[in-house]
Design a protein around this ligand. Structure first.
Ligand code: PHE
Length: 489
């Protein structure tokens, strides 16, 4: 049976279904790959503390703003912005903020599924290894350090493999999105998210008991103020809202399927808390194994695809834990790719009045074209730098160009305008009737959306566009030493 919202559209069947789906959207490669990689590259504790501050002060207010617009509009993202704008006597052009979000979601989808394909490849590697070496042994028994190291570059350079895996990951995503909100998107979250949590907690307990838990706690939670440089701060802000899926109209789209009775402030807090906890637990899961194996918890994609497999070489049950680990990452990636595909699909359904399966197929076909270029950009097309004439994109291949374009430009722009829209433009009574806040929290939220979020987001944007200037400025203000915060995702 299809659940419906108060307007009679297909929607979440319950409040908890919405919460699980929104957590599923938020928790993904951003938490499991990007967060530990960024924490590793940015000196641990200082980054982690600042990241938590960003979630609370910028992430949560914008998250509430997005779900609020969606729930009020009960439509695809641009139409929801338009409705709120019209009812507030503002220009319809505000819908362009959401149109940009839809475009960003599409672009993120196209490269996210390439990374999803890499995760599928590692699942295959560990299944093959499990069959070859048995359940109790370490992973890749008998293989040299160098041979395990070489698996990752060999995979990403292999065009046919990455292209096909990307198509498979897209097809799995399509399968669920085509079935609709209550019949597909919700199902994937309701079944996979609990399994994801069981795997995460199980592997983390194993890791903390058998690994270097004390060193990990010291590494992640010791706050050394001198490490808090400008670049570290910018990396933390960017990570916070990539992780919460903000700025791509994703939470607006999911918010549109929420019924009127749900308290949005409360649910936003739960979603934010769950997403942050998963990022922190991912750190507690990965670093003890890595440090105990005598490896350096460095940043970049190598942490997940090279350092961790080395660590699995050192531990009993290594192939089994490795497989469980990559299945867990795959689940998290799928609930996020489903959210990313739903944003443009909902728009195509509303805009062109197409039936859902046709709309989803169209989005998938286009994503496959872009995805193929991304998949080949780490091999055959590595010399193709589409926006290389701009300093920000110099030397970047197709995949990295899309990643930088979205996370450093279009997503912060989307979040910035959303905060301005809700803080300054939208009718105050309309906003107050939707947000579910009362008392002091209400004033705090209003202050954050009106002043703090727009200013902070403007800073992130400028920092992303002029990284050297921003780092110098922060260093001058805080006296901190400028350090490199390169993360290859
Ligand atoms: N938040 C997801 C992650 O951390 C990525 C994502 C971004 C998903 C935007 C949906 C929308 O992996």
């Amino acid at each position: 049976m299809v659940a419906t919202t108060s307007t009679g559209r297909d929607g979440w069947s319950s409040r908890s279904a919405f919460i699980l789906a929104a957590i599923g959207s938020a928790v993904g490669l951003g938490n499991l790959v990007r967060f530990p990689a960024e924490a590793g590259a940015n000196g641990g504790g200082a980054f982690v503390l600042f990241y938590i501050l960003c979630i609370v002060l910028i992430g949560l207010p914008v998250l509430l703003s997005e779900t609020l617009i969606g729930r009020h509009g009960q439509a695809a993202a641009p139409e929801s912005y338009r409705k709120v704008a019209e009812e507030s006597g503002a220009s319809k052009s505000w819908e362009l903020v959401a149109t940009l979000g839809v475009l960003s979601a599409f672009l993120v989808l196209s490269f996210y599924c390439v990374l999803g394909g890499w995760v599928l490849y590692y699942m295959y590697l560990f299944v093959a290894d499990l069959i070859a070496t048995g359940v109790s042994g370490p992973a890749f028994d008998g293989m040299s350090f160098e041979a395990v190291d070489a698996l990752f570059p060999a995979m990403i350079a292999n065009g046919p493999v990455t292209v096909v895996l990307n198509l498979i990951f897209l097809a799995i995503t399509l399968f669920f999105v085509a079935r609709g909100v209550s019949g597909g998107i919700e199902k994937v979250a309701v079944y996979l998210m609990p399994l994801f949590f069981v795997l995460l907690v199980g592997i983390t307990i194993y890791s903390l008991i058998g690994g270097a838990s004390q060193e990990t706690f010291d590494y992640l939670f010791t706050f050394e103020p001198e490490k808090l440089t400008g670049e570290v701060m910018l990396a933390a802000v960017g990570q916070a809202f990539f992780s919460l899926s903000l700025g791509v109209a994703g939470m607006v789209t999911y918010g549109a399927y929420v019924s009127r009775e749900v308290n949005l402030a409360g649910t936003s807090a739960i979603i934010g808390a769950a997403d942050t906890s998963v990022a922190l637990v991912a750190g507690l899961c990965i670093f003890p194994i890595v440090i105990a194996a005598g490896l350096t918890p460095n940043g970049g994609l190598g942490l997940m695809f090279q350092t961790l497999p080395h660590a699995f070489q050192e531990i009993p049950f290594g192939s089994l834990i490795g497989l469980a680990f990559f299945i867990m990452v795959g689940f998290a990636a799928l609930t996020s790719s489903v959210a990313l595909m739903e944003v443009p699909s909902a728009w195509v359904i509303d805009q062109f009045r197409l039936p859902r399966p046709a709309a989803v197929l169209l989005v998938t076909a286009l994503a496959a074209v872009f995805g193929t270029l991304s998949a080949l950009s780490t091999g055959m097309l590595s010399g193709f730098h589409p926006l290389g004439f701009l300093p920000m994109f110099e030397g970047l291949g197709f995949l990295d160009t899309l990643d930088t374009l979205t996370s450093k430009l279009t997503m912060p722009i989307g979040a910035l305008f959303t905060a301005v829209f809700i803080g300054w433009i939208a009718d105050k009574r309309l906003v107050d009737s939707e947000n579910g806040l009362s008392g002091g929290l209400h004033y705090l939220w209003r202050f954050l959306v009106r002043w703090f979020c727009p200013l902070a987001l403007l800073l992130i944007l400028l920092g992303g566009i002029f990284p050297d200037r921003a780092a110098q400025l922060f260093a001058a203000l805080g006296g901190g030493e400028v350090q490199s915060a390169e993360v290859a995702e």
